[in-house]
Design a protein around this ligand. Structure first.
Ligand code: SF4
Length: 246
């Protein structure tokens, strides 16, 4: 696992090298201390940190460098799945792309499945092959990145996409304002989890959104959406983001 906050996940009293060796010990990698030390240095190479960093203390590293150590520890055991929980959100914007690129590069080379949890849809679009959108603990949409980022959307995904900040003035974006606060996941509303804030709810007859949790259904080619809207209503959805050339 790569944790969200690299500032709190390293032991401040242990050298970087020792902390990576500790992960190798826990994963039972290497037969001797010398072998593990060698693998620790190779892990520093993998995350593009100088080998001299093995002797440094966490306080001598920047946030991005600390997160690289977190990535080295996560990949220390030859994992088949690495869960990265908002791995770049605590970092300075200027280093976020470099750390995300590094994760992608290692994931491709090591053929690891990377489960990347994020609120930042620009990064999700950049690095994901498949996307799962969750709201109040429910999977509300699931599909390839292209499917999830183009209509039809589950209404929560549509609102999320409209909140992505885009600096390019040639890009047009629908502006969707959600009313109300996010309900507590401990005390979710009845029916559809998104029904207290959904702008499409009036299109579903019989107050169904307030009564029944919608089933997740296939809207084509494995693209799954959890919503009571009819196929015709889903087809009416327009792209949230359009480019001037389109
Ligand atoms: S089921 Fe109803 S409330 Fe839920 S997302 Fe669909 S339209 Fe909106």
């Amino acid at each position: 696992m790569v944790f969200q906050n690299p500032f709190d996940t390293l032991n401040p009293a242990m050298t970087i090298g020792r902390q990576i060796i500790r992960a190798l010990e826990i994963f039972r990698v290497g037969k001797s201390e010398a072998e593990r030390r060698n693998q620790m240095l190779e892990l520093l190479d993998l995350v593009k940190l100088p080998r001299a960093f093995a002797e440094r203390m966490p306080r001598q590293l920047s946030g991005g460098q600390k997160q690289r150590v977190g990535i080295a520890r996560a990949f220390a055991g030859g994992a088949q799945i690495v869960v990265a929980d908002e791995p770049v959100s605590a970092l300075d914007v200027s280093v976020q792309a470099a750390v995300a690129d590094l994760l992608m590069e290692i994931q491709r080379n090591e053929k690891t499945t990377l489960l990347f949890i994020s609120h930042d849809l620009s990064i999700v679009r950049y690095l994901a092959d498949r996307v799962m959108v969750m709201y109040l603990g429910h999977v509300v949409e699931l599909g390839t990145t292209d499917q999830v980022f183009s209509p039809p959307y589950q209404p929560y995904t549509e609102a999320l996409l409209s909140a992505v900040p885009i600096a390019d003035t040639s890009v047009k974006k629908k502006h969707i304002v959600l009313d109300g606060d996010i309900p507590s996941a401990m005390n979710p509303p009845p029916g559809c989890p998104f029904q207290t804030r959904c702008g499409w709810k009036s299109q579903v007859p019989g107050g169904l959104c307030e009564k029944d949790v919608p089933p997740i259904r296939d809207v084509g080619d494995g693209h799954q959406v959890k919503c009571h809207l009819t196929e015709d209503a889903l087809k009416e959805m327009e792209p949230v983001i359009t480019f001037a050339a389109e």
